[in-house]
Design a protein around this ligand. Structure first.
Ligand code: PMP
Length: 416
């Protein structure tokens, strides 16, 4: 007999129970129940994250690290315990490898300016892929312009796949850095990052993995991936905005100069000389986003409390259902059909501009993203100005996808 839990992942994952943790999911938009399918841009927050931030603001706020008074010590303990949770969350070796930043964008800029800028020579190459988010393109372009290095983009297949061999073919003795997404935000493609990192490592190429779209969907183990840097944003993993993480291999972080100067990143300052603080504080100049870090710590606790395998299976079921029902809509083309995909579907509908589609869906209370998704080279590749993108979280339901399909049909009739 077939295992029901496997054929119907909904049964293994209690989506209604999961939804109850997210107060926003019970609101209405234009008189309709909210159908939130823009999780790739930002996920919603569970009550536990809202409570953790609220409790911090109401009871514990003070500046961290420098105070002898009780509130400062409490705030410091909360901030640093969030770091400890993140160490475990990505399986870093120690807390020295977890740097709090504003988000993925800032993490990548930190690496380009503090690691790559001193390391790159004219003629060196930085290898990225065709499907990167602008956050993993533009900072590399900037550092290439500063150093005379060259930016090389590995090609993508018509399905939106990045093939290991195609990337390896571009690795050569001038290649210094490989920077690639773990999961594409525009297409959903899951890249073979473990094998990409291994190929790079065998050639002494430093690796950065942009995990912005991965951490909410899969367990990430930086030691298993063996990458040098891994970046992610709290707001895409059920935490607050304005905070994120740069994981870096300690030996590399030790050798890197600070990126920004200021308070907290120093041990001693005279006008002649400054001695920098130890890791991770060397990279955390100024007062950080303390309440954000506390909220991120709570988001880690929340994710860890889920049965992540079941949540992933549920998201996979959503992806398969969406691919099937959207695929049956006449004139609808799914953009990005790689065999390994995270739970998002990018698509265009003949005769309906994505922005019009997004507006019509909003009238039905359905939130999707429309535009270039900060991945213009992907749009150029498919010769499209924009797509509509429905990106799912474990709290989405099959019924919500059916509502999306009905909304798209309604839009088609309006523009027919
Ligand atoms: N990389 C990817 C793959 C992303 O999806 C995003 C956010 N859309 C970013 C980087 C940038 O993240 P943030 O805006 O949080 O810095």
């Amino acid at each position: 007999m077939k295992n029901l839990a496997l054929t119907h992942p909904d049964l293994a994952f209690d989506v209604e129970a999961a939804r109850r943790h997210f107060p926003i999911l019970s609101r209405t938009v234009h008189g309709r129940p909210l159908v939130y399918l823009d999780n790739g841009a930002s996920t919603q927050r569970p009550q536990s994250v809202i409570d953790a931030v609220n409790d911090y603001e109401r009871r514990h706020h003070a500046n961290i690290h420098r105070g002898v008074h009780t509130l400062s010590q409490e705030a410091t303990a909360l901030y640093e315990s969030a770091r400890d949770r993140l160490v475990r969350f990505v399986n870093a070796r120690s807390r020295t490898e977890i740097i709090f930043v504003r988000g993925t964008t800032e993490a990548i800029n930190l690496v380009t300016q503090s690691y790559a800028r001193p390391a790159l020579q004219p003629g060196d190459e930085v290898l990225i892929t065709h499907l990167e988010h602008h956050a993993n393109i533009v900072p590399w372009q900037m550092v290439c312009a500063q150093t005379g290095a060259k930016l090389v983009a590995a090609p993508m297949t018509a399905q939106g796949e990045i093939q290991l061999e195609a990337v390896i073919a571009l690795m050569n003795p001038r290649t210094r850095i490989l920077a690639c997404a773990h999961v594409s935000n525009a297409l959903g493609t899951v890249l073979p990052v473990r094998r990409l990192v291994a190929a790079a490592k065998a050639r002494a190429i430093t690796t950065l993995v942009d995990g912005a779209q991965a951490v909410a969907h899969m367990a990430v183990d930086v030691r298993d991936l063996d990458c040098d840097f891994y970046t992610f944003s709290s707001h895409k993993m059920y935490g607050p905005t304005g905070v994120g993480v740069l994981y870096g291999r300690e030996q590399l972080l030790e050798r890197m100069p600070p990126w920004q100067g200021g308070g907290d990143m120093i041990l001693a300052v005279t006008f002649e000389k400054t001695t920098y603080n130890a890791l991770p504080y060397k990279f955390e100049a100024g007062t950080p986003n303390i309440s954000g870090a506390v909220g991120l710590g709570a988001a880690v606790d929340f994710l860890s409390s889920l049965d992540r395998k079941a949540a992933h299976a549920h998201e996979d079921a959503l992806l398969h259902h969406a691919t099937a029902v959207l695929g049956r809509i006449p004139g609808l083309r799914i953009i990005g059909t790689a065999p390994q995909k995270a739970s998002l579907v990018s698509f265009v509908v003949a005769g309906v501009h994505p922005h019009d589609l997004g507006t019509i869906l909003d009238e039905d209370g359905i939130a999707v993203r429309t535009g270039h998704h900060c991945a213009m080279p992907v749009m150029d590749f498919f010769k499209l100005p924009a797509t509509a993108r429905a990106s799912f979280a474990f709290y989405n339901t099959i019924d919500e996808i059916d509502k999306l399909a009905a909304g798209i049909e309604r839009a088609r009739k309006i523009f027919a």
